[in-house]
Write a protein that binds this ligand. Structure first.
Ligand SMILES: [Fe+2]
Length: 234
């Protein structure tokens, strides 16, 4: 069994002849060093039991076409059409979205809920970065906290999800900060996503279901489909 560490996370490859980690993870090596991930502390972890296939959840994370109607609070802080994708091929995809002027982070208040997580340049101070890391990790980097999800399939129509919020230790020592401001924001947003994924699951498992075309704003979901097929040797 191959075990590797990356930015404080542990990865296990069960393949008989695993690809060397450094090679497989080349696109992500050093990419987020400025976010100081290994030194951040887990503040909260919430477990969710979602009645949807893990692929629907992964695809949902990979596009913001749904953000306007599904996440009014999120769309107010970061316009769904803002930002751009900077990893568009292969097993790791994502990019950033822009936090509107007058707001500092994705929190209920719109204000920061902690000190800056690492040595971030000015341009990162109004961005949120989102990366879908095949097959089961979602990494969301904000100026003042980092959130990650792991997806654990429990059946064709059920997924267990763990979502954790990471903060700089100085934030957790300082009672003037309120990390719950960020936790509450994403717990609300997560539940909105789980709900539409459960609705999608009901649709997809119907005998009447016929897949529709993707929009141009769902290119990373298309890439995910390709990656699933590639992983199945197709
Ligand atoms: Fe969403």
């Amino acid at each position: 069994m191959a075990v590797a560490t990356w930015e404080g996370f542990l990865f296990i490859n069960l393949a008989r002849d695993p690809e060397p980690f450094d090679k497989a993870w080349n696109p992500l090596m050093g990419r987020f060093s400025r976010f100081n991930l290994p030194n951040l502390k887990v503040y909260r972890t919430i477990e969710y039991d979602v009645k949807a296939n893990w692929k629907l959840l992964f695809q949902n994370y990979s596009e913001c076409y749904h953000c306007g109607p599904v996440h009014p609070a999120l769309a107010k802080l970061t316009p769904p059409t803002s930002g751009e994708n900077d990893l568009t091929e292969g097993p790791f995809t994502g990019g950033f979205m822009v936090i509107n002027r007058g707001h500092e982070s994705l929190t209920m208040s719109g204000n920061s809920c902690g000190v800056t997580v690492g040595e971030l340049p000015d341009e990162d101070m109004n961005r949120v970065y989102y990366y879908a890391i095949f097959p089961n990790m979602l990494l969301s980097l904000h100026p003042d906290y980092v959130m990650f999800h792991t997806l654990w399939p429990k059946g064709t129509d059920r997924t267990q999800i763990f979502c954790s919020w990471l903060f700089h230790p100085a934030t957790l020592r300082d009672p003037t900060f309120d990390p719950e401001d960020g936790v509450e924001f994403w717990d609300m947003t997560n539940r909105q996503d789980w709900h539409i994924c459960e609705q999608s699951q009901l649709g997809v498992q119907s005998r009447a279901y016929v897949p529709g075309p993707y929009s141009k704003r769902e290119s990373l979901s298309v890439q995910f489909d390709r990656e699933v097929l590639r992983s199945l040797g197709r």
